[in-house]
Design a protein around this ligand. Structure first.
Ligand SMILES: [Zn+2]
Length: 200
């Protein structure tokens, strides 16, 4: 692409363009913005990037991202360590924690099985989950991957894998949003709500 910008500005824009959902136009706008900022603000931004990368690592137990030796959830003795909720990514842990309803612990897969995208089970943190279960003391594993094709496939794969271990495996029931109207629900949501119906 022909450019009339100074090279360092182009290089900065190229770095921004590597970020998810950032196109070249947005990347250039961000690069101009950075240049317009006071140097100390830009330095603080750069420091935050490097510091986050250096300090954050997966928890050796649940694989969620943490800056502690063991994440705050795994280290919490008041939580029920016999129930493990399996999720796709760290954002799902935050979402479930926001509900304030769940008192068990988590296991973060860091992705879902997706042969089309070349993501096979060995790319996920499944070995680490098996190691946790083999230590014993776990009574239930809740598959809380999203109700998408990849999420369902991953949950099914794991359920089969865990079967010989004799641990109870459950799947999050995906129903209608609270306060949602049946007529406005999409087909899949409605189907899932019907499929997961419970006795009254
Ligand atoms: Zn942890």
């Amino acid at each position: 692409m022909p450019s009339y910008n100074a090279l360092p500005l182009e290089l900065l824009a190229e770095e921004f363009a590597k970020l998810p959902s950032i196109g070249m136009k947005t990347a250039q706008r961000l690069a101009y913005y950075i240049i317009s900022q006071p140097e100390e603000d830009v330095q603080a931004f750069a420091d935050a990037l490097v510091s986050a990368k250096k300090k954050i690592h997966p928890c050796p137990c649940c694989q969620n991202l943490t800056d502690l030796e063991l994440c705050s959830i795994c280290a919490d003795d008041t939580r029920d360590h016999s129930i493990i909720c399996v999720v796709e990514g760290p954002k799902d842990v935050s979402a479930l924690e926001r509900t304030g309803e769940y008192t068990g612990v988590y296991h973060v897969l860091h992705g879902l099985i997706s042969p089309i995208d070349g993501i096979m089970p060995d790319k996920l943190r499944i070995r680490e989950l098996l190691a946790r279960l083999q230590k014993g003391g776990v009574q239930e594993v809740i598959m809380a991957t999203n109700p998408t094709a990849e999420g369902d496939a991953t949950a099914m794969y794991l359920a089969q894998l865990l079967e010989p271990l004799g641990v109870k495996v459950t799947r999050l029931a995906f129903g209608l949003p609270v306060g949602g109207m049946l007529e406005y629900a999409d087909d899949v949501t409605l189907f899932k709500a019907l499929e997961n119906r419970t006795a009254m």
